[in-house]
Write a protein that binds this ligand. Structure first.
Ligand code: NAP
Length: 257
């Protein structure tokens, strides 16, 4: 008889690096993994917010490391990964969560605006996966979780004018599927989460402006809350998902059903 299924979700002693782990959905997932016993490496550009989150999450009993990093900058990514390895010796879980958006009509969007979104959301996910993957490959274990979006599953109406964002998230979903094929041989699991609408710094204004219309499209009749991403993150970070790779887990209250 195998152990209790509870142990499948246990993350005691595992090391998780979460980009953009200071606030919003990254902070929520960091809390979830710490509650299951993981140690945390949090990074984002504004170090004070990362330090504050790391200090708060330490109260849950996990060790935490707060780092400044910009996922648009390969040197900054490498130094964050080096610092994490130096402190903990390895990384078991990588959550590529750092993200940004830019609202502009497609015909007006500048190349600079487009590039900023693609470099953060898509290229940053590639560069971080590469830098961490080099350490996961020889250990023959690793869980990579890429934060996509339901915006990456299909087109949206002209009022939600952020074509660089949806293109980047569509790219993250296919990057996830392809990397799962490439690194399955190394026993590295690569999955994505596609959240629907969660009120955060990034989404608060759009949600405020379009509240009733957005809610009408969500079968569960509400936006995502502070616990709603935790189960998906724990599942994909833990042994409970050991036969799952290349999957995009949609957490959207049924919006895309
Ligand atoms: N909220 C939603 O409704 C929703 C829905 C679907 C998908 N998502 C995705 O979920 C992820 C988190 O979004 P959120 O809503 O939690 O947004 P948020 O509250 O604005 O948080 C974004 C996080 O990413 C960090 N970040 C941004 N640019 C970065 C960069 N260049 N380098 C390193 N860190 C960077 C931010 O910290 P600094 O500014 O200090 O760098 C912050 O920690 C994103 O990938 C987003 O696309 C969100």
């Amino acid at each position: 008889m195998s152990d209790s299924p509870h142990s499948l979700f246990d993350l005691s002693g595992r090391v998780a690096l979460i980009t953009g782990g200071s606030v919003g959905l990254g902070r929520q997932m960091a809390e979830a993994l710490a509650q299951m016993g993981a140690h945390l490496v949090l990074c984002a550009r504004k170090l004070d917010r990362v330090q504050q989150a790391a200090e708060e999450l330490k109260q849950l009993g996990s060790q935490t490391l707060a780092l400044a990093c910009d996922v648009k900058d390969p040197a900054s990514i490498q130094s964050a990964v080096d610092a994490a390895i130096q402190r903990f010796g390895h990384i078991d879980i990588l959550i590529n969560n750092a993200g940004t958006s830019w609202g502009a009509r497609t015909e007006d969007m500048t190349l600079e605006q487009w590039n900023k979104v693609i470099e953060t959301n898509l290229t940053g996910t590639f560069l971080f996966s590469q830098a961490v993957g080099k350490h996961m490959i020889p250990r023959r274990r690793g869980k990579i979780i890429n934060i996509a979006s339901v915006a990456g599953l299909r087109g949206s109406s002209p009022e939600f004018s952020a074509i660089g964002y949806s293109a980047s998230k569509g790219g993250v979903i296919l990057f996830t599927r392809d990397l799962a094929h490439k690194w399955g041989m190394h026993n590295i699991h690569v999955n994505a989460i596609a959240p629907g609408w969660f009120p955060t710094d990034m989404s608060a204004k759009i949600i405020e402006r379009n509240k009733h219309r957005l809610l009408a499209d969500i079968p569960l009749g509400r936006f995502g809350g502070p616990e709603d991403l935790k189960g998906a993150a724990i599942f994909l970070a833990s042994d409970a998902s050991n036969f799952v790779t290349g999957h995009t887990l949609v957490v959207d209250g049924g919006q895309s059903a």
